[in-house]
Design a protein around this ligand. Structure first.
Ligand SMILES: *[C@@H]1O[C@H](CO)[C@@H](O)[C@H](O)[C@H]1NC(C)=O
Ligand SMILES: *[C@@H]1O[C@H](CO)[C@@H](O)[C@H](O)[C@H]1NC(C)=O
Ligand SMILES: *[C@@H]1O[C@H](CO)[C@@H](O)[C@H](O)[C@H]1NC(C)=O
Ligand SMILES: *[C@@H]1O[C@H](CO)[C@@H](O)[C@H](O)[C@H]1NC(C)=O
Length: 537
């Protein structure tokens, strides 16, 4: 045997180990692909030994104790743990459920797949030079909203804004708006505010559905407005019996010599009210008389959007056309007037009216640490509108947990710019109680950018019932209505949206963010079923 140099032996050994390592990894890719699909899980021998799906009780215990960080184990030769007899059968869960709720069941057998400890900032700071430490404040500043974003939110609240809603809309970025928004908004506005009201024809709308809440009342009005535009009439609210009066305090319009109506808190729907007479007006429009036969979208906007869509090279669906147009209509009707905006700002900046709950920090009494809520909400805040109350009459109710799971799934899949931080609006006090004690539902918090949930909500009266039961909690209905509008405006300070569009309020949030703000490219995650809202008339 010839004598080998120790270098050659070492080199050979490293080379051999590299190949082993490569093959080992290669196989690991194969097996990890297998474990992500129950179909493979069923007929793999791998399943019966290393995949343990945790029973709900085990999941709970993980949730309540912070994930401990284990030292990397030496290359394991010990057998994988036995399958617990009370385990949940993975075949009975869909893939999403497994990923969202039982990720601990998918322990990767490779020993280096371990949670990392958090960065030890204290120790690291000591290593840095004074010069390096001087750089730090500017990094921190970049976590704040940019001046441009700040200006937009101020303008959205009417703060330092010159001009009205039309000017605000013109100032927004086309990139973040629903298609043709600037055109559609001025088209509707000009129809309702002609240069001269003389010689115009009108459609006088009286209150037809006094049992509706604000979101539905707005919808009722715009359904009539789209008919009016289609037949070339200006929509006017009946001064004697205007829609939405019951939602306000009786005397809210008195100072303008008017009866209570939605126009107490929203911009006037037209500048021509005083020109409508029995001679130039109708009080009903027959849907059959609408030219073009599209009872939802007036002819010009309908062709405008199909023309736009043709340029994308894609055909337009009827559901999309209607959803787009309704977003424009929500935006046109739902523009708070100047006094309402001023009151909203007062409420928004009232420090005791809003609470932040940091579930990362436990106080001596075991409760999470409370903070004040900044204006505006910080970047990467999720809006979560949990619609409970009387919604069960109309559709499936989505549990608070399901809303949180929808948010966590998204944040986990987009860890670089999204956080577990949300502003929650709801009529259900139970939902607020639930979020306050929820640190996270996915038991592996260390896989997110931030560990546990940070919640914002407003301290407003809540009753898990109808909008009217909620209104009765307040002495001043007008002010209560403004509180709800303020909640919607706060939702739109956010840059991710979780909701269930089987509710007018959620459709409103979805519409306003795309029309009165340029946040239409921000993700909207529906925690419910598309079938429950997509074809809603
Ligand atoms: C499981 O392993 C046994 C023994 O190693 C083998 O005979 C059998 O074919 C394997 N089953 C599957 C589904 O791979
Ligand atoms: C307000 O409503 C009452 C009762 O319907 C009516 O008599 C009155 O004229 C209305 N006021 C205005 C300003 O239209
Ligand atoms: C702020 O809100 C609280 C209720 O949380 C209320 O009692 C107080 O009057 C409000 N302050 C102002 C200035 O509106
Ligand atoms: C009710 O609230 C509105 C809006 O904030 C306010 O203008 C009005 O003065 C209040 N009415 C009473 C009686 O306090």
């Amino acid at each position: 045997m010839s004598k080998q140099s120790p270098f050659k032996i070492a080199f050979g050994a490293i080379f051999f180990m590299s190949i082993c390592f490569f093959l080992y990894n290669f196989e690991s890719i194969g097996t990890s692909l297998k474990i992500s699909r129950p179909k493979h899980v069923e007929n793999s021998n791998f399943t019966s030994t290393t995949i343990q799906t945790l029973a709900p009780t085990t999941v709970k215990s993980i949730k309540s104790t912070p994930t401990t960080v284990k030292k990397p184990a030496p290359k394991s030769t010990k057998k994988p743990a036995a399958v617990p007899t009370d385990r949940i059968d993975p075949k009975k869960l869909d893939v999403e459920q497994i990923e969202a709720d039982f990720p601990m069941g998918y322990k990767n057998p490779r020993s280096w797949f371990l949670p990392l400890p958090g960065p030890n900032e204290k120790e690291l700071l000591q290593i840095l030079t004074a010069e390096q430490r001087e750089l730090l404040p500017s990094f921190g500043a970049q976590a704040q909203l940019s001046q441009k974003q700040l200006d937009k939110i101020n303008s959205f609240y009417g703060i330092n804004r010159e001009g009205g809603w039309q000017d605000h809309i013109e100032s927004l970025d086309d990139d973040g708006l629903a298609p043709l928004t600037k055109w559609a908004q001025s088209y509707i506005y000009n129809h309702q505010h002609p240069a001269s009201c003389k010689g115009k024809k009108f459609y006088i709308l009286e209150e037809k559905a006094p049992w509706y809440g604000l979101g539905a009342a707005v919808r009722v009005i715009f359904r009539e407005l789209e008919l009016a535009i289609s037949v070339g009439r200006i929509l006017v609210l009946d001064p004697k019996n205007p829609p939405g009066g019951h939602l306000m305090s009786n005397d809210c319009g008195a100072y303008r010599g008017r009866n209570a109506s939605l126009e107490c808190v929203l911009e006037d729907i037209t500048s021509c009210t005083s020109y409508a007479t029995p001679e130039n007006s109708v009080r009903e429009i027959d849907i059959g008389s609408v030219p073009g036969g599209n009872k939802y979208v007036p002819p010009l906007p309908a062709v405008a959007l199909t023309t736009y869509m043709k340029q994308t090279g894609l055909p337009t669906s009827g559901a999309f056309l209607r959803y787009w147009w309704h977003a424009q209509m929500y935006a046109y009707i739902f523009r708070p007037n100047q006094p309402t905006l001023a009151r909203m700002v007062e409420m928004r900046t009232n420090k005791t009216l809003h609470t932040a709950v940091d579930t990362n920090v436990k106080m001596k009494d075991g409760k999470a640490k409370l903070h004040t809520v900044p204006f505006p909400l910080p970047p990467s805040t999720i809006s979560m509108h949990i619609r409970h109350g009387d919604k069960a009459i109309e559709g499936r109710l989505i549990s608070t947990r399901d809303y949180i799971v929808a948010a966590e799934r998204f944040v986990l899949r987009n860890p670089i710019l999204y956080r577990k931080r949300a502003f929650v609006t709801t009529e259900d006090p139970g939902a607020i109680a639930e979020i306050k004690r929820t640190t996270g539902i996915n038991p592996v918090s260390t896989t997110f950018a931030n560990l546990q949930w940070y919640w914002f909500y407003s301290n407003i009266p809540r009753f898990d019932g109808s909008p009217f039961q909620n209104l009765r909690l307040s002495e001043n209905r007008t002010d209560a209505m403004i509180t709800h509008i303020m909640q919607l405006w706060m939702a739109i300070e956010c840059d991710t949206f979780v909701g269930n569009r089987n509710s007018n309020w959620n459709k409103l949030i979805d519409s306003i963010r795309c029309t009165l703000m340029d946040k239409c490219r921000a993700p909207y995650l529906d925690a419910g079923y598309s079938a429950d809202w997509l074809h809603f008339p």
